[in-house]
Design a protein around this ligand. Structure first.
Ligand SMILES: Nc1ncnc2c1ncn2[C@@H]1O[C@H](COP(=O)(O)OP(=O)(O)OP(=O)(O)O)[C@@H](O)[C@H]1O
Ligand SMILES: O=C([O-])CC(=O)C(=O)O
Ligand SMILES: [Ca+2]
Ligand SMILES: [Mn+2]
Length: 666
């Protein structure tokens, strides 16, 4: 038994040997022979642990001095915050009861000095707003905490503390789950049909606008608002849409999840502190109560999901789906209504620009390659999904990108790979439980795994995200039939024909319920989001392409050598070479031949690509099957176009005729 060591006693506990007291350890007694060195470095100023913690966080000062001369001249920061909260309280108001909930800024979990977490209206806290009206319901007795435009770091903490399924992956991204819905639910989208929208919007067969009445909208709005107000805290994002300063839209997103707040932080344009100070009233508000279902006893509700757009009220309500893409695409629908009113064309397209200022648009349905191909290391990225084309050029609507992650590889898509880092939202991906390394090939949750990141995460993003008029208009189709050529040069009428047709073989997953590629036609390469008749957008596109002398191209990013199941998807590396040849202008100078049925002009050679794949018939071993499939697809195009045959496109009757003649002929 050695002195100084504890001994196990009979009870399995420890006792110390009695005896002379241990010699006291002294330090620094003899210079040069210390056994323990003195630990008395500089000490912290705090005397209690709470005080120490209070030192850690520096208070955010008002970021700019209050502008006394400008329009937004507030007496004090306190008053400015009060006005801001008043505006948020008004946004959250139940329209059948009180004027708005009591709101307070900050995290309810953050204890105040006196240990309380609930603020009092007459307390000293300066970020409180209490409406004057008396309480007529229990919800008006409580406070709703507002987490206003939180930073990514704060949102990470909120998500990890309070939202199941939130994790930090090894690359620093925030992995989240969107719940039962992992794609948009277009069948659950409703648009209010009222005196104004009745005549303005596209209704009926083929239209994405399934009508609902104003009253039903209010029922759902009340449901969403009551749900949000019942929570201890809500997230509020005040942001912008559209990089064109003259056509910027102010949006407010009220949501219940840090995931949704961070997603919109990344996807919308982030205001500077100065811009936020003078934000004022939003032009459009989203109420995202996605965790809460809609009530199926409500008229027009055919499932427990409802995504409702009311253009007159400038509001959108989300019930029964947590898939964040609904917010992004809901706002896009709004832009598809607002912009054409200003003679601006809104486009479901990616957009990038070369070193010499040549701009290309990439149209295509979900999964056809807009994000993948517009993210090009040799070009400036203007945006990956939603743009406007004005009298002066193009502008991105969004402040971020939303990339598909299925089978993502560092080697094939390095810029997207590197954009997945701290701040990025990673939806529905699977990762190693220990290392937190993401396995992008794992589709256990969904095929439609996504990364949402701010556009500046792409190194060659063009900030501000605007550019001159497009030179090339590239229509992307992922042809599961494998009969469309890898690239075709189109004349204007053909470009319009294919723009209105909007063909692809939908890649699994983005829209709820679709599991395998199937042929789809979606007008303007985004019928789910347009608000007016497709010919309205087509006429504007024709007019702009004509006046700018832009060239149209159709690029098949889908199958080659046979249909889905027999052939293979065209190598991304080949598609990139094709796109390079379009950008450089070399493809315009190539030799062309005309194809049967579709009458496409196809190049006979492109540098870096085996020439035999340029004409699909060469890559099919079964020539008869090829011909049959080509005719089958041609038939599907014809049938789809029937509904447009009776519509005049633009002012020029001649163009309409040309467009009708630009489809497959057999
Ligand atoms: N030849 C190819 N060209 C383009 N993309 C390809 C090709 N082969 C495979 N892919 C894959 O197809 C997917 C294209 O998806 P992308 O995110 O670019 O779609 P998107 O058009 O932006 O759709 P959404 O509107 O839904 O965002 C990517 O996962 C990409 O890796
Ligand atoms: O909206 C989404 O979920 C993804 C997308 O970009 C599209 O489908 O076009
Ligand atoms: Ca995309
Ligand atoms: Mn899209």
């Amino acid at each position: 038994m050695s002195a100084g060591n504890g001994n196990a006693n009979g009870d399995g506990g420890f006792s110390f040997p009695k005896g002379p007291a241990m010699p006291k350890i002294t330090t620094g007694a003899k210079r040069g022979s210390e056994i323990c060195h003195d630990d008395s470095g500089p000490t912290v100023k705090a005397t209690t642990i709470d005080e120490l913690h209070s030192l850690q966080k520096k208070r955010s000062a008002p970021t700019t001095p209050i502008n006394q001369s400008g329009a937004a001249a507030f007496a004090s920061e306190e008053e400015r915050q009060k006005i801001q909260l008043q505006s948020i309280s008004a946004s959250l108001a139940s329209l059948t009861r009180e004027s708005g909930p009591k709101v307070v800024r900050g995290d309810p979990a953050e204890k105040k000095a006196d240990g309380s977490t609930t603020p009092y209206a007459h307390g000293q806290h300066h970020s409180i707003f209490t409406p004057d009206l008396g309480a007529v319901s229990d919800s008006s007795l409580k406070f709703t905490h507002v987490l206003y435009n939180l930073s990514p770091a704060e949102l990470y903490e909120q998500a990890i503390k309070y939202e199941k399924g939130s994790f930090i992956t090894s690359n620093g991204a925030l992995a989240t789950l969107s719940g039962a819905k992992t794609g948009r639910a277009p069948r659950d989208k409703r648009v209010v049909r009222d005196a104004t929208t009745e005549g303005e919007l596209w209704w009926g067969k083929g239209s994405p606008n399934i009508e609902m009445d104003e009253h039903t909208f209010m029922v759902n709005r009340e449901r969403a608002v009551d749900y949000l107000n019942s929570l201890e805290k809500v997230f509020v994002n005040d942001q912008f849409l559209n990089w064109d300063p003259e056509n910027r839209i102010k949006v407010r997103i009220v949501s219940a999840r840090a995931y949704h707040s961070l997603f919109m932080h990344n996807m919308c344009i982030r205001p500077t502190p100065e811009e936020l100070e003078s934000f004022g009233t939003p032009d459009f508000t989203i109420y995202n109560a996605g965790q809460f279902p809609c009530n199926r006893y409500t008229h027009y509700m055919t499932s427990s999901t409802s995504v409702d757009l009311n253009l007159s009220r400038r509001e959108m309500v989300i019930l029964g789906t947590q898939y964040a893409g609904e917010m992004k695409k809901g706002l896009f629908s709004v832009m598809h209504y607002l912009m054409p009113k200003r003679r601006i064309l809104s486009l479901h397209s990616g957009c990038n620009m070369g070193k010499d200022g040549d701009v290309a648009l990439f149209f295509g349905l979900s999964g056809t390659g807009k994000t993948t191909l517009s993210t090009d290391h040799n070009r400036y990225l203007i945006g990956d999904d939603e743009h406007c084309w004005t009298e002066t050029g193009v502008s991105n609507i969004e402040g971020g990108c939303y990339a598909k992650c299925v089978d993502l590889s560092r080697e094939k898509e390095p810029d997207i790979w590197n954009a997945i880092k701290f701040g990025t939202v990673l939806e529905n991906v699977v990762f190693d439980e220990h290392t937190r390394e993401v396995d992008y090939s794992d589709k256990s949750v969904t095929e439609n795994t996504r990364a949402a990141y701010p556009i500046e995460f792409i190194p060659n993003a063009k900030i501000p995200c605007v550019g001159p008029h497009p030179k090339n208009v590239i229509l992307l189709a992922c042809d599961a039939f494998g009969v469309l050529p890898p690239v075709s040069k189109l004349n204007l009428a053909q470009t319009m024909y294919h723009f209105i047709s909007g063909y692809t073989a939908l890649v699994a997953g983005t829209e709820d319920g679709i599991k395998e590629p199937t042929a789809t036609f979606s007008a303007c390469f985004g019928a789910a989001f347009i608000m007016l008749h497709p010919t309205k957008y087509a006429a504007m596109l024709a007019e702009k392409m004509k006046s700018q002398g832009a060239t149209g191209w159709l690029v098949n990013t889908g199958w080659s050598g046979g249909s889905y199941g027999v052939g293979n998807r065209i190598k991304l590396a080949y598609t990139r070479k094709i796109i390079d040849a379009i950008h450089s202008g070399s493809l315009l100078k190539a030799n062309y031949k005309k194809t049967d049925i579709f009458g496409f002009e196809i190049p006979t050679e492109i540098e870096g690509i085996p020439s035999e794949i340029l004409d699909p018939v060469n890559s099919w071993s079964d020539k008869k099957a090829h011909k049959e499939t080509l005719l089958k697809l041609g038939g599907l195009f014809k049938k789809n176009f029937e509904t447009f045959a009776s519509h005049k496109i633009g002012v020029d009757g001649k163009l309409t005729e040309e467009i009708l003649a630009a489809g497959p002929i057999f």
